[in-house]
Design a protein around this ligand. Structure first.
Ligand SMILES: Cc1cc2nc3c(=O)[nH]c(=O)nc-3n(C[C@H](O)[C@H](O)[C@H](O)COP(=O)(O)O)c2cc1C
Length: 367
Protein backbone atom coordinates (compact mmCIF):
# COMPACT_ATOMS: atom_id res chain seq x y z
CA UNK A 1 0.00 0.00 0.00
CA UNK A 2 1.20 3.55 -0.75
CA UNK A 3 2.43 5.23 2.42
CA UNK A 4 0.24 8.21 3.31
CA UNK A 5 3.17 10.58 2.66
CA UNK A 6 2.92 9.85 -1.06
CA UNK A 7 -0.89 9.77 -1.25
CA UNK A 8 -2.95 12.73 -2.53
CA UNK A 9 -4.34 15.23 -0.03
CA UNK A 10 -7.20 17.71 -0.15
CA UNK A 11 -5.83 20.95 1.33
CA UNK A 12 -9.08 22.82 2.01
CA UNK A 13 -10.06 22.42 -1.63
CA UNK A 14 -6.58 22.62 -3.18
CA UNK A 15 -5.71 19.10 -4.40
CA UNK A 16 -2.14 18.06 -3.58
CA UNK A 17 -0.60 15.05 -5.28
CA UNK A 18 1.38 14.06 -2.20
CA UNK A 19 2.01 15.26 1.36
CA UNK A 20 5.58 16.43 0.91
CA UNK A 21 5.93 20.22 1.19
CA UNK A 22 8.83 22.38 0.06
CA UNK A 23 9.52 24.73 2.99
CA UNK A 24 9.93 28.47 2.34
CA UNK A 25 13.55 29.38 1.63
CA UNK A 26 14.98 32.80 0.94
CA UNK A 27 17.58 32.52 -1.82
CA UNK A 28 18.23 36.23 -2.40
CA UNK A 29 18.92 35.97 -6.10
CA UNK A 30 16.63 38.73 -7.34
CA UNK A 31 18.26 42.12 -7.80
CA UNK A 32 15.41 44.63 -8.20
CA UNK A 33 13.23 42.43 -5.96
CA UNK A 34 11.40 40.84 -8.90
CA UNK A 35 11.17 37.08 -9.54
CA UNK A 36 12.62 36.19 -12.94
CA UNK A 37 13.14 33.33 -15.40
CA UNK A 38 15.74 31.67 -13.17
CA UNK A 39 13.38 31.83 -10.18
CA UNK A 40 10.70 30.16 -12.31
CA UNK A 41 13.10 27.43 -13.40
CA UNK A 42 14.15 26.72 -9.79
CA UNK A 43 10.59 26.31 -8.54
CA UNK A 44 9.47 24.35 -11.64
CA UNK A 45 12.31 21.87 -11.02
CA UNK A 46 10.79 21.21 -7.57
CA UNK A 47 7.15 21.08 -8.64
CA UNK A 48 6.65 17.39 -7.80
CA UNK A 49 6.32 18.52 -4.18
CA UNK A 50 2.69 18.24 -3.11
CA UNK A 51 2.90 21.91 -2.13
CA UNK A 52 5.64 24.51 -2.59
CA UNK A 53 5.76 27.43 -0.19
CA UNK A 54 7.66 30.30 -1.78
CA UNK A 55 10.60 32.02 -0.20
CA UNK A 56 9.52 34.83 2.13
CA UNK A 57 8.19 37.69 0.01
CA UNK A 58 8.02 41.09 1.76
CA UNK A 59 4.60 42.74 1.67
CA UNK A 60 6.12 46.24 1.54
CA UNK A 61 9.52 47.92 1.30
CA UNK A 62 9.18 48.49 5.06
CA UNK A 63 8.92 44.72 5.54
CA UNK A 64 12.30 44.03 3.89
CA UNK A 65 15.38 43.04 5.83
CA UNK A 66 17.53 41.56 3.09
CA UNK A 67 18.39 42.79 -0.40
CA UNK A 68 17.65 40.92 -3.65
CA UNK A 69 14.56 39.19 -2.26
CA UNK A 70 11.50 39.22 -4.55
CA UNK A 71 8.64 41.26 -3.03
CA UNK A 72 4.87 41.50 -3.41
CA UNK A 73 4.12 45.21 -3.40
CA UNK A 74 4.22 46.19 -7.11
CA UNK A 75 2.63 45.12 -10.39
CA UNK A 76 6.09 44.38 -11.78
CA UNK A 77 6.61 41.93 -8.92
CA UNK A 78 3.21 40.34 -9.62
CA UNK A 79 4.28 39.81 -13.25
CA UNK A 80 7.56 38.25 -12.07
CA UNK A 81 5.79 35.87 -9.71
CA UNK A 82 3.29 34.95 -12.48
CA UNK A 83 6.18 33.37 -14.39
CA UNK A 84 6.87 31.23 -11.32
CA UNK A 85 3.28 30.13 -10.68
CA UNK A 86 2.70 29.39 -14.38
CA UNK A 87 5.82 27.23 -14.48
CA UNK A 88 4.79 25.30 -11.35
CA UNK A 89 1.19 24.87 -12.51
CA UNK A 90 2.33 23.68 -15.94
CA UNK A 91 3.61 20.58 -14.13
CA UNK A 92 0.43 20.26 -11.97
CA UNK A 93 2.24 21.64 -8.91
CA UNK A 94 0.68 23.88 -6.26
CA UNK A 95 2.32 26.91 -4.69
CA UNK A 96 1.54 29.30 -1.81
CA UNK A 97 3.34 32.64 -1.33
CA UNK A 98 4.93 33.28 2.05
CA UNK A 99 4.06 36.86 3.09
CA UNK A 100 6.72 38.50 5.20
CA UNK A 101 7.46 41.54 7.32
CA UNK A 102 10.76 41.42 9.21
CA UNK A 103 9.88 44.18 11.71
CA UNK A 104 13.00 45.23 13.60
CA UNK A 105 15.30 42.83 11.65
CA UNK A 106 15.92 45.53 9.06
CA UNK A 107 18.28 48.38 8.30
CA UNK A 108 17.44 52.00 7.63
CA UNK A 109 19.12 51.80 4.20
CA UNK A 110 16.36 49.37 3.17
CA UNK A 111 13.56 51.51 4.57
CA UNK A 112 11.60 54.11 2.59
CA UNK A 113 13.29 57.48 3.11
CA UNK A 114 16.04 55.87 5.20
CA UNK A 115 13.63 55.73 8.16
CA UNK A 116 13.91 53.53 11.24
CA UNK A 117 12.53 49.97 10.92
CA UNK A 118 9.26 49.33 12.76
CA UNK A 119 8.45 46.83 15.50
CA UNK A 120 6.22 46.31 18.53
CA UNK A 121 8.62 48.31 20.70
CA UNK A 122 11.98 50.03 20.53
CA UNK A 123 13.80 47.11 22.15
CA UNK A 124 16.99 46.63 20.11
CA UNK A 125 18.14 43.31 18.73
CA UNK A 126 21.01 42.15 20.94
CA UNK A 127 24.26 42.27 19.05
CA UNK A 128 25.18 38.86 17.63
CA UNK A 129 26.98 37.59 14.55
CA UNK A 130 23.78 35.69 13.71
CA UNK A 131 21.39 38.66 13.88
CA UNK A 132 21.91 40.79 10.81
CA UNK A 133 20.21 42.57 7.95
CA UNK A 134 21.70 42.19 4.48
CA UNK A 135 22.26 45.44 2.61
CA UNK A 136 23.96 47.28 -0.21
CA UNK A 137 26.86 49.19 1.32
CA UNK A 138 27.69 52.72 0.24
CA UNK A 139 30.35 51.43 -2.15
CA UNK A 140 27.72 49.22 -3.85
CA UNK A 141 29.00 45.95 -2.42
CA UNK A 142 26.64 43.55 -0.61
CA UNK A 143 27.06 42.66 3.02
CA UNK A 144 25.65 42.16 6.47
CA UNK A 145 24.80 44.99 8.84
CA UNK A 146 23.53 45.20 12.40
CA UNK A 147 19.78 45.89 12.37
CA UNK A 148 19.08 49.61 12.87
CA UNK A 149 17.33 50.83 16.01
CA UNK A 150 13.58 50.25 15.44
CA UNK A 151 10.67 52.42 16.53
CA UNK A 152 7.35 51.12 17.85
CA UNK A 153 4.44 51.25 15.40
CA UNK A 154 1.85 53.84 16.43
CA UNK A 155 -1.48 52.23 17.28
CA UNK A 156 -3.08 53.84 14.24
CA UNK A 157 -0.34 52.45 11.98
CA UNK A 158 -0.92 48.85 12.97
CA UNK A 159 -3.99 48.56 10.75
CA UNK A 160 -1.93 49.97 7.88
CA UNK A 161 0.46 47.05 8.27
CA UNK A 162 -2.52 44.69 8.27
CA UNK A 163 -3.71 46.34 5.04
CA UNK A 164 -0.26 45.89 3.51
CA UNK A 165 -0.65 42.15 4.14
CA UNK A 166 -4.15 42.12 2.66
CA UNK A 167 -3.04 43.96 -0.49
CA UNK A 168 -0.06 41.61 -0.85
CA UNK A 169 -2.37 38.59 -0.47
CA UNK A 170 -4.60 39.98 -3.20
CA UNK A 171 -1.55 40.51 -5.42
CA UNK A 172 -0.37 36.96 -4.70
CA UNK A 173 -3.69 35.65 -5.97
CA UNK A 174 -3.39 37.88 -9.07
CA UNK A 175 0.07 36.39 -9.58
CA UNK A 176 -1.52 32.93 -9.65
CA UNK A 177 -0.53 31.63 -6.21
CA UNK A 178 -2.94 29.00 -4.87
CA UNK A 179 -2.88 30.71 -1.47
CA UNK A 180 -0.68 32.56 1.00
CA UNK A 181 1.24 31.65 4.14
CA UNK A 182 1.54 34.37 6.78
CA UNK A 183 5.11 34.31 8.10
CA UNK A 184 4.58 34.53 11.85
CA UNK A 185 7.73 32.52 12.70
CA UNK A 186 11.47 32.95 13.21
CA UNK A 187 11.72 36.23 15.14
CA UNK A 188 10.10 38.63 12.70
CA UNK A 189 7.29 41.20 13.14
CA UNK A 190 4.50 38.90 14.37
CA UNK A 191 6.75 37.20 16.94
CA UNK A 192 7.99 40.61 18.06
CA UNK A 193 4.35 41.42 18.91
CA UNK A 194 3.62 38.02 20.48
CA UNK A 195 6.65 37.89 22.78
CA UNK A 196 6.18 40.02 25.96
CA UNK A 197 9.92 40.68 26.13
CA UNK A 198 9.89 42.46 22.77
CA UNK A 199 6.40 43.93 23.22
CA UNK A 200 5.99 46.52 25.99
CA UNK A 201 2.95 48.19 24.45
CA UNK A 202 0.11 49.54 26.51
CA UNK A 203 -2.47 49.66 23.68
CA UNK A 204 -4.75 46.88 22.40
CA UNK A 205 -1.68 45.09 20.92
CA UNK A 206 0.27 44.73 24.16
CA UNK A 207 -0.08 43.45 27.70
CA UNK A 208 -2.29 40.36 27.87
CA UNK A 209 -1.66 37.28 25.77
CA UNK A 210 -4.86 38.04 23.84
CA UNK A 211 -3.56 41.52 23.04
CA UNK A 212 -0.11 40.34 21.99
CA UNK A 213 -1.70 37.77 19.67
CA UNK A 214 -4.11 40.35 18.22
CA UNK A 215 -1.91 41.44 15.31
CA UNK A 216 -1.59 37.83 14.13
CA UNK A 217 -5.32 37.15 14.35
CA UNK A 218 -6.32 40.53 12.87
CA UNK A 219 -4.06 39.82 9.90
CA UNK A 220 -5.39 36.28 9.45
CA UNK A 221 -8.98 37.54 9.55
CA UNK A 222 -8.39 40.46 7.21
CA UNK A 223 -6.64 38.31 4.61
CA UNK A 224 -9.24 35.54 4.93
CA UNK A 225 -12.07 37.97 4.30
CA UNK A 226 -10.31 39.24 1.15
CA UNK A 227 -9.15 35.97 -0.47
CA UNK A 228 -11.08 33.26 1.44
CA UNK A 229 -9.95 31.37 4.55
CA UNK A 230 -9.22 28.17 2.60
CA UNK A 231 -6.44 30.07 0.78
CA UNK A 232 -4.70 31.11 4.00
CA UNK A 233 -2.03 29.26 5.95
CA UNK A 234 0.21 30.51 8.72
CA UNK A 235 3.71 29.61 9.89
CA UNK A 236 4.58 29.55 13.59
CA UNK A 237 7.78 28.60 15.40
CA UNK A 238 6.80 27.87 19.02
CA UNK A 239 10.40 27.19 20.09
CA UNK A 240 12.11 29.98 18.16
CA UNK A 241 14.95 31.85 19.88
CA UNK A 242 16.53 33.14 16.67
CA UNK A 243 17.16 36.91 16.43
CA UNK A 244 17.16 37.64 20.15
CA UNK A 245 13.69 36.35 20.98
CA UNK A 246 14.04 35.44 24.67
CA UNK A 247 12.10 32.74 26.38
CA UNK A 248 9.02 33.79 28.38
CA UNK A 249 6.70 32.19 30.89
CA UNK A 250 3.62 32.05 28.68
CA UNK A 251 5.44 30.66 25.63
CA UNK A 252 3.57 27.36 25.37
CA UNK A 253 0.29 28.93 26.49
CA UNK A 254 0.61 31.53 23.73
CA UNK A 255 0.88 28.91 21.02
CA UNK A 256 -1.96 26.82 22.43
CA UNK A 257 -4.11 29.96 22.57
CA UNK A 258 -3.26 30.58 18.91
CA UNK A 259 -3.99 26.93 18.08
CA UNK A 260 -7.47 27.25 19.60
CA UNK A 261 -8.19 30.57 17.94
CA UNK A 262 -6.85 29.55 14.51
CA UNK A 263 -8.85 26.32 14.76
CA UNK A 264 -12.11 28.28 14.56
CA UNK A 265 -11.16 29.95 11.28
CA UNK A 266 -11.26 27.20 8.60
CA UNK A 267 -7.77 27.94 7.32
CA UNK A 268 -5.78 25.85 4.86
CA UNK A 269 -3.20 24.91 7.51
CA UNK A 270 -0.86 25.80 10.35
CA UNK A 271 2.81 25.22 9.53
CA UNK A 272 5.06 24.63 12.53
CA UNK A 273 8.77 25.23 12.14
CA UNK A 274 10.82 23.19 14.57
CA UNK A 275 13.70 25.61 14.90
CA UNK A 276 15.81 23.51 17.21
CA UNK A 277 15.14 20.23 15.50
CA UNK A 278 18.51 18.81 16.38
CA UNK A 279 18.85 20.37 19.83
CA UNK A 280 17.43 19.82 23.25
CA UNK A 281 14.61 22.33 22.90
CA UNK A 282 13.14 20.59 19.86
CA UNK A 283 9.34 20.51 19.70
CA UNK A 284 8.58 17.13 21.18
CA UNK A 285 5.89 14.81 19.99
CA UNK A 286 3.78 15.45 23.08
CA UNK A 287 3.63 19.16 22.18
CA UNK A 288 2.82 18.34 18.55
CA UNK A 289 -0.06 16.12 19.62
CA UNK A 290 -1.36 18.72 22.08
CA UNK A 291 -1.11 21.46 19.45
CA UNK A 292 -2.88 19.36 16.83
CA UNK A 293 -5.67 18.51 19.26
CA UNK A 294 -6.14 22.18 20.15
CA UNK A 295 -6.03 23.30 16.52
CA UNK A 296 -8.04 20.37 15.17
CA UNK A 297 -7.11 20.85 11.53
CA UNK A 298 -4.24 20.45 9.03
CA UNK A 299 -0.74 20.73 10.53
CA UNK A 300 2.50 20.89 8.52
CA UNK A 301 5.81 20.32 10.31
CA UNK A 302 9.26 21.41 9.12
CA UNK A 303 12.72 21.18 10.61
CA UNK A 304 15.20 18.33 10.36
CA UNK A 305 12.63 16.07 8.73
CA UNK A 306 13.96 12.77 7.39
CA UNK A 307 12.42 10.06 5.24
CA UNK A 308 11.87 7.97 8.33
CA UNK A 309 10.38 10.70 10.55
CA UNK A 310 8.15 12.12 7.82
CA UNK A 311 6.77 8.71 6.87
CA UNK A 312 6.04 7.86 10.50
CA UNK A 313 4.61 11.21 11.66
CA UNK A 314 2.25 11.43 8.69
CA UNK A 315 1.29 7.75 8.92
CA UNK A 316 0.45 8.11 12.62
CA UNK A 317 -1.48 11.34 12.04
CA UNK A 318 0.73 13.39 14.38
CA UNK A 319 1.01 15.79 11.42
CA UNK A 320 -0.72 15.90 8.04
CA UNK A 321 2.06 17.16 5.77
CA UNK A 322 5.84 17.02 6.11
CA UNK A 323 7.95 19.99 4.97
CA UNK A 324 11.58 19.81 3.90
CA UNK A 325 13.86 22.81 3.50
CA UNK A 326 17.54 22.13 2.83
CA UNK A 327 16.94 18.69 1.27
CA UNK A 328 14.92 20.45 -1.46
CA UNK A 329 17.85 22.74 -2.27
CA UNK A 330 20.08 19.86 -3.36
CA UNK A 331 17.40 17.41 -4.50
CA UNK A 332 14.95 18.89 -7.00
CA UNK A 333 13.33 15.45 -7.28
CA UNK A 334 13.16 14.98 -3.51
CA UNK A 335 9.71 13.37 -3.62
CA UNK A 336 10.81 10.73 -6.13
CA UNK A 337 14.00 10.05 -4.16
CA UNK A 338 12.05 9.63 -0.91
CA UNK A 339 9.57 7.37 -2.63
CA UNK A 340 12.30 5.13 -4.09
CA UNK A 341 14.48 5.42 -0.97
CA UNK A 342 17.40 6.81 -2.98
CA UNK A 343 20.30 8.63 -1.32
CA UNK A 344 19.96 12.39 -0.92
CA UNK A 345 22.53 14.89 -2.20
CA UNK A 346 23.84 17.40 0.34
CA UNK A 347 23.42 21.14 -0.30
CA UNK A 348 26.32 23.57 -0.39
CA UNK A 349 25.75 26.24 2.29
CA UNK A 350 28.05 28.67 0.52
CA UNK A 351 25.45 29.10 -2.24
CA UNK A 352 22.31 29.31 -0.08
CA UNK A 353 21.99 33.08 -0.55
CA UNK A 354 22.80 35.29 -3.53
CA UNK A 355 24.51 34.51 -6.82
CA UNK A 356 22.96 32.91 -9.88
CA UNK A 357 22.34 29.41 -11.19
CA UNK A 358 25.19 27.81 -9.25
CA UNK A 359 23.83 26.04 -6.18
CA UNK A 360 20.32 26.98 -7.31
CA UNK A 361 19.18 25.37 -10.56
CA UNK A 362 22.21 23.14 -11.22
CA UNK A 363 21.52 20.31 -8.77
CA UNK A 364 20.92 17.12 -10.76
CA UNK A 365 17.93 14.81 -10.61
CA UNK A 366 18.57 11.20 -9.70
CA UNK A 367 15.30 9.97 -11.13
C1 LIG B 1 18.59 29.06 2.84
C2 LIG B 1 17.41 29.07 3.76
C3 LIG B 1 16.47 30.09 3.68
C4 LIG B 1 15.34 30.10 4.52
N1 LIG B 1 14.39 31.07 4.34
C5 LIG B 1 13.22 31.00 5.02
C6 LIG B 1 12.15 31.90 4.72
O1 LIG B 1 12.21 32.74 3.82
N2 LIG B 1 11.03 31.77 5.48
C7 LIG B 1 10.89 30.84 6.47
O2 LIG B 1 9.86 30.78 7.13
N3 LIG B 1 11.89 29.97 6.75
C8 LIG B 1 13.02 30.01 6.03
N4 LIG B 1 13.99 29.06 6.26
C9 LIG B 1 13.73 27.94 7.18
C10 LIG B 1 13.20 26.72 6.40
O3 LIG B 1 11.90 26.97 5.88
C11 LIG B 1 13.12 25.45 7.29
O4 LIG B 1 12.16 25.66 8.30
C12 LIG B 1 14.45 25.09 7.90
O5 LIG B 1 15.47 25.05 6.91
C13 LIG B 1 14.39 23.75 8.61
O6 LIG B 1 14.04 22.72 7.72
P1 LIG B 1 15.18 21.72 7.14
O7 LIG B 1 15.85 21.10 8.35
O8 LIG B 1 14.39 20.72 6.34
O9 LIG B 1 16.10 22.54 6.31
C14 LIG B 1 15.15 29.06 5.47
C15 LIG B 1 16.12 28.06 5.58
C16 LIG B 1 17.22 28.04 4.74
C17 LIG B 1 18.21 26.91 4.84
Amino acid sequence: MTPKLFAPFDLAGTPLRNRVVMAPMTRARNPGCVANALTAEYYAQRSSAGLIISEGTPVSPEGQGYIDVPGMWSSEQVAGWKRVTDAVHADRGKIFAQLWHVGRMSHSSLQPGGAAPVSASSRPVASSSKSFAFIYREDGSRGTAEPSQARPLETAEVQRVVSDFVEAAQRAREAGFDGVEIHAANGYLFEQFLNPVTNDRTDAYGGSLQNRARLILDTVDAIASRIGSSRVGIRLAPNNRQFDMPEYAENEASYLYLANELGTRDLAYVHLNNNFSHGESALDEAFLRTFKRAYGDVVILAGGMTRESSLRLVEEGVIDLAAFGQPFIANPDLVERLESDLPLALPDRATYYGGGAEGYTDYARAT
